[in-house]
Design a protein around this ligand. Structure first.
Ligand code: F6R
Length: 349
């Protein structure tokens, strides 16, 4: 209770020296702006539909691809997190690089390999070497500006990726009005001015200090569970994990026993779109975890439909990770561990 009360104390927000709260609050506006920008994307007329799409990217820029893969589309879409493309990606594939900075070495390496294999290529970035290389090669380049870190630009990276897929004839255009209405509703309930008593993000964050959150999702929300994990890591500087149902019912559930009194908390993302058997599994899994003594919480989507559920839960999770950062006594924005590793690797040539 003490932890919850402190999130209503304006003093705690001094920890947020670089303004992550404002960036998260800007998410609905960012989605709207990104949709307008996406309408101006122009691609060359490809002669035929690609056999598949590979999106190369890392971290906060890769999650857009995982989310897109959970939505209706014409061909398989895979996310490549690493230096090399799978062997089956050939000239019949469209390869899209998603890198906020444009300087992520794994993304640059996989994108260059796609060029050597003769794949059609598109780059989505704010600039960096990726923009230079795409410009030099005369490739379609989708650029945007954003004054904040990659993970806070998910509205842009996702909507620009979806726009690119639409332009390539790989997915239908969608009406964003209900999506925005749901995200705005979450924004208004979860913002710092909304008191703990009626703020689901503050309430959930208040349950998590000292614990390892493990987020569970299924189908289109599996990628959202992964997003929550990444945001707990980067914003709250916390250990975290994610699981996908129904797969977790075939392994993770057995591991609820050791170590004894492990400080884990499960967060189950709920959906009205789940297969009826998955909904049953969610309830049964919650019961099993509770019997083993693990706290179980729920993440409830706002609105209907896969994209609406996804984005409303992404936004809820961003707020939960933000409040957990404050309760952990850390500034949500800096990510010194990632920067240190990038610098160490850059020093190795
Ligand atoms: C930082 C973040 C990271 C980066 C990742 C790749 O906010 O979320 O996970 O997204 O290090 O960098 P970019 O996105 O610049 O290619």
């Amino acid at each position: 209770m003490a932890a919850r009360a402190s999130l209503d104390d304006p003093g705690i927000y001094e920890l947020d020296a670089e303004g992550m709260g404002e960036l998260i609050a800007g998410f609905p506006g960012q989605v709207r702006e990104a949709a307008e920008l996406a309408a101006s994307i122009r691609l060359p007329g490809y002669r035929e539909l690609p056999r598949g799409v590979a999106v190369v990217g890392m971290g906060g820029s890769a999650i857009a691809a995982d989310l897109a893969a959970g939505l209706p589309r014409q061909v398989p879409l895979l996310t490549v997190r690493g230096y090399a493309l799978p062997p089956f990606v050939d000239q019949s594939y469209l390869v899209i690089a998603s890198s906020h900075s444009g300087d992520t070495e794994e993304t640059l390496a996989a994108f260059a390999e796609a060029g050597q294999r003769g794949c059609a290529r598109v780059a989505i970035t704010t600039g960096g070497r990726l923009a230079e290389q795409a410009g030099d090669a005369g490739l379609p380049l989708v650029t945007y500006s954003y004054a904040g870190p990659p993970r806070a630009a998910l509205g842009l990276s996702l909507l620009l990726l979806l726009g690119t897929l639409e332009r390539a004839g790989l997915r239908p255009a969608v009406d964003l009005a209900p999506v925005l209405a749901a995200v705005e509703e979450v924004a208004s309930r979860c913002r710092p001015e909304s008191p703990s008593g009626s703020n689901p993000a503050k309430q959930l964050a208040g349950e998590l200090p000292g614990r390892i959150p493990i987020t569970y999702g299924a189908q289109h929300l599996a990628a959202v569970a992964r997003r929550w994990k990444g945001q707990f890591n980067e914003n709250a500087k916390s250990f975290s994990a994610w699981e996908e149902l129904p797969e977790a019912d075939h392994n993770a559930v057995v591991g609820y026993e050791h170590p004894r009194r492990a400080p884990v908390s499960l967060i189950l993302l709920e959906s009205q779109e789940y297969h009826p058997r998955v909904a049953l599994r969610l309830a049964a899994t919650a019961e099993l975890a509770a019997e083993r003594g693990h706290p179980v919480h729920r993440g409830r989507a706002q609105g209907r439909g896969p994209l609406t559920e996804m984005l409303s839960l992404v936004h809820l999770g961003d707020w939960v990770s933000y409040y957990l950062a404050l309760l952990n006594g850390v500034d949500p924005t800096p990510i010194p561990a990632i920067e240190r590793l990038k610098a160490a690797l850059a020093d190795q040539g």
